[in-house]
Write a protein that binds this ligand. Structure first.
Ligand SMILES: NC(=O)c1ccc[n+]([C@@H]2O[C@H](COP(=O)([O-])OP(=O)(O)OC[C@H]3O[C@@H](n4cnc5c(N)ncnc54)[C@H](OP(=O)(O)O)[C@@H]3O)[C@@H](O)[C@H]2O)c1
Length: 352
C-alpha cells in the first residue's frame, strides 16, 4: 500500500488546532499503519503571527512556544489566503487546509473565504468550523466536487462522534425526514448544573476554563451555536440550503434555574433542543427549550453529553449519543476526516 503524504496548512491554532496537532503525534503509529504521513507545513493565526516550512514543522514545539507567550512570527505575516497561494506555487501534492478559526455566526466568515480559496487552489479541506457547512454547504460541496477535492466537516456537530460520516458511509439510499438533538455542550452543562443548584455564571466559567465554551460565550448561551449546528445538519441531511440566521432560536439565561429544578422534580428535564424537519412546504429548523419526559433519549444526556435522533426511512429512528464531549473528540473528528481524505486519494477518488 503506497504511503499518502498530506501537507497540512492550519488556519487557526487555538484550542482545537493545537489539540489536533498533538493528536497527530499521539496517533503516529496508527496513521503509519494506514500508510498515511501528515506533514504540517504552515500555521497561521490572527494575532500571533504565522510560520511556514514546506519541509515540515514541529507543531508541538510551536504550541509550546505559543503557551510560553512567544509569537509564531512577525505580526504582519501573510494571511491564510496568501499561504494557500504560496503552498500551491511550491508544488506540494495532496495539500489539506485544516480550518479552525472562530465562527462569525452572522456570516460564516472568515472560514467560508478560506475554504473557498483552498478548494479553488486544489486543496482538500477538513474543518471543525460550523460556518462553511451552516452557511454555504451546497455551493462549497459543488465547488469541491468540481475541483476533485474533499470538503469534510465531521467536527462541526457533536465533536468526534460520527454523524455526517455515519450517514454518508453506512446509510446508503436512506431517506432522512428530520432530526432533533441536544447538540451544545455548554448550555447542556449549564442546564444540568442549574438543576443541581449551581449558579449559571459559575457553570459557564467552568466551560470557558475547559476551552469548551465558544470564545464569545453568547454564541452558546443565546443559542447561536445550536442554531449553526441545526443549519449544518439541515443542509447536509435534508438539503435545506439554509443558514443559522433562518433558524428560529431560543437561548438560556440565569432566570431558568427555578424552571430547570421544577421540571426535574416533576420527572422531566429542561433541554435546549435543535430540530429540523422536512415537509411538503420545505424544511423547518428551530432551537428551543423543551421539557422532555425522563425516558426521552435526549433527556438522559447530562452535562457535556450530546445526543441526536435521526428520523429515517426505512431504518426508523436512530439515536446517536456522545457521553463525553471535549477537545480531543473534536480533534479526532479532524483526524477521521484526514484519514478519509487519504483513503480517497489512494482510491483515486479524491473529491467524492
Ligand atoms: N473548542 C471546542 O471544543 C470546539 C468544538 C467543536 C468545534 N469548534 C470550532 O472550532 C473552531 C476553533 O475553536 P477553538 O476553540 O480552537 O478557537 P480558539 O481557541 O479561539 O482559536 C482560534 C484560532 O483561530 C485564529 N484565527 C482567528 N481569526 C483568524 C484568521 N482570520 N486567520 C487565521 N487564523 C485566525 C486565532 O488566532 P489568534 O489567537 O492569534 O487570534 C486562533 O489561533 C471554531 O470554529 C469552533 O466553533 C470548537
Amino acid at each position: 500500500m503506497p504511503t499518502v503524504t498530506l501537507h497540512l496548512l492550519f488556519a487557526g491554532f487555538g484550542h482545537v488546532g493545537r489539540r489536533f496537532a498533538a493528536l497527530l503525534v499521539e496517533s503516529r503509529d496508527a496513521l503509519a499503519a494506514l500508510n498515511i504521513e501528515p506533514v504540517i507545513v504552515g500555521i497561521v493565526t490572527r494575532r500571533h503571527g504565522g510560520v511556514f516550512d514546506v519541509a515540515g514543522l514541529d507543531a508541538n514545539k510551536v504550541a509550546q512556544g505559543l503557551a510560553e507567550g512567544d509569537a509564531l512570527g512577525p505580526a504582519s505575516v501573510p494571511s491564510t489566503l496568501e499561504w494557500i497561494a504560496r503552498l500551491r506555487s511550491q508544488g506540494a501534492e495532496a495539500r489539506v487546509l485544516v480550518e479552525t478559526t472562530p465562527l462569525d455566526v452572522r456570516s460564516g466568515e472568515p472560514a467560508i473565504g478560506h475554504v473557498r480559496a483552498a478548494i479553488a487552489a486544489g486543496m482538500h479541506v477538513i474543518t471543525a468550523n460550523k460556518g462553511p457547512v451552516a452557511f454555504a454547504h451546497r455551493t462549497l460541496a459543488a465547488e469541491a466536487a468540481a475541483a476533485g477535492v474533499s470538503f469534510l466537516f465531521e467536527g462541526a456537530v457533536m465533536d468526534g462522534i460520527p454523524v455526517f460520516n455515519l450517514v454518508r458511509e453506512t446509510l446508503p439510499a436512506v431517506r432522512i425526514d428530520g432530526f432533533r438533538g441536544v447538540v451544545n455542550s455548554t448550555t447542556n452543562e449549564i442546564l444540568t448544573a442549574m438543576e443541581k443548584g449551581e449558579r449559571f455564571d459559575d457553570a459557564l466559567a467552568r466551560m470557558q476554563e475547559a476551552g469548551v465554551a465558544e470564545a464569545d460565550p453568547s454564541l452558546d448561551v443565546d443559542g447561536w451555536d445550536a442554531a449553526a449546528k441545526a443549519a449544518a445538519l439541515a443542509n447536509v441531511l435534508l438539503d435545506a440550503g439554509t443558514t443559522p440566521l433562518a433558524v428560529a432560536r431560543e437561548g438560556i439565561a440565569p432566570t431558568l434555574e427555578p424552571r430547570a429544578q421544577a421540571a426535574l422534580r416533576a420527572g422531566r428535564r429542561l433541554k435546549l433542543v435543535a430540530h429540523g424537519r422536512r415537509s411538503a412546504s420545505g424544511v423547518t429548523t428551530c432551537v428551543e427549550l423543551q421539557e422532555l419526559q425522563a425516558d426521552d433519549p435526549l433527556a438522559i444526556v447530562d452535562g457535556q453529553a450530546n445526543a441526536l435522533e435521526l428520523d429515517t426511512w426505512p431504518t426508523g429512528r436512530i439515536v446517536i449519543t456522545q457521553r463525553d464531549g471535549g477537545l480531543e473528540k473534536t480533534a479526532y473528528a479532524l483526524l477521521s476526516d484526514l484519514v478519509t481524505v487519504a483513503i480517497r486519494i489512494r482510491h483515486g477518488a479524491p473529491g467524492l
